[in-house]
Design a protein around this ligand. Structure first.
Ligand code: T3D
Length: 273
């Protein structure tokens, strides 16, 4: 049987995906990539799931690419020395096959995605977290754009996310220097939503996810799409997009339920449809 590198659990309508390679700080192998993508696909396809939480097992969240994974580890010549640059594996393939689908999948999930960052999030692990809709972190967690230290650029969406989230000066300095950004500093810079005491993270993330799951999740996913599209468009294009999205949502059961509940002076009971 293949190793369980992503643990899947469910509480009500919230599905939690726990990256599970704790000895290597949950760094990504190709096997962990395919398990995470499959788990996200399954959550997206299951109407009983209305929010996903991604977290890590042990003391780390995710240390990015497993640098010893044979798929990408630097090749050695027969002498045992590192092979010449042109004999090294094509890392671009790895990005196309693994990180691009992963970042796109999270960005287009039909339900909200929460990152519960329990410890260090480095390289693609940091950008995996930052690509989620809401990031809640333990006080002891940190974010490191570790790429420059190994001669690479921010990937897993980092080049797109960082300037949008931080502005160019901070994004560029973080990415160039690869400094560790403690969770509380990330919060102060507006990079993440919330920081809680380490021991409180699982319960706080679960409470946040349950709150999201009780909302009209179709509208939440459309809110993500509208905000991201709005950031790159003219006001008039954004207004046209809002009209398109509202037209679709206005015909959803959740809209009818929300308005009915308002007039009935009762709590709405949404279904995500
Ligand atoms: O090919 C490509 O690279 C393309 C893909 C790019 C995407 C990327 O994500 S590139 C960035 C890759 N990640 C890194 O460069 C981070 C490397 N890790 C670290 O810098 C440090 O481990 C941390 C700052 C994250 C944490 O430091 P610390 O001191 O808390 O822990 P540690 O002792 O360094 O690590 C604990 C163990 O995890 C250790 O194993 P050991 O010695 O106990 O057997 C360490 O080797 C292992 N580990 C940590 N990160 C990785 C890893 N093993 C493989 N790959 C890792 N990325």
């Amino acid at each position: 049987m293949s190793e369980e590198l992503v643990l899947v659990s469910q509480e009500g309508a919230v599905r939690t995906l726990t990256l599970h390679r704790p000895k290597a700080l949950n760094s990504f192998t190709t096997a962990m990539h395919s398990q995470l993508l499959a788990a996200l696909e399954a959550a997206a396809a299951d109407h009983a799931v209305r929010c996903v939480v991604i977290t890590g097992a042990g003391r780390g969240f995710c240390a990015g690419q497993d640098l010893s994974d044979p798929a990408i580890a630097p090749r050695r010549a027969a002498s045992g020395k590192l092979a010449a640059p042109h004999d090294q594996p094509d890392i671009g393939d790895l990005i196309e096959v693994c990180y691009r689908p992963l970042a796109n999948r999270i960005h287009t999930m039909p339900i909200p995605v929460v990152a519960a960052v329990n410890g260090v999030a480095a390289g693609a692990g940091a950008n995996l977290a930052l690509g989620c809709d809401i990031v809640i972190a333990a006080k002891g967690a940190s974010f490191i754009q570790a790429f420059s230290k190994i001669g690479l650029i921010p990937d897993c969406g980092g080049s797109w996310l960082l300037p949008r989230l931080l502005g160019r000066p901070r994004a560029l300095a973080l990415a160039m220097l690869g400094d560790k950004l403690p969770a509380e500093q990330a919060l102060a810079w507006g990079l993440i939503w919330q920081v809680v005491d380490d021991a409180e993270l699982p319960a706080a993330a679960q409470a946040l996810a349950q709150r999201l799951a009780a909302l009209p999740v179709q509208a939440l996913a459309a809110t993500r799409a509208a905000l991201d599209a709005g950031a790159n468009s003219s006001l008039d294009d954004a207004l046209a997009n809002e009209a398109r999205l509202q037209a679709r949502l206005g015909r959803s059961s959740d809209y009818v339920e929300g308005v009915s509940a308002f007039f009935d002076k009762r709590a709405a009971s949404f279904t995500g449809r």
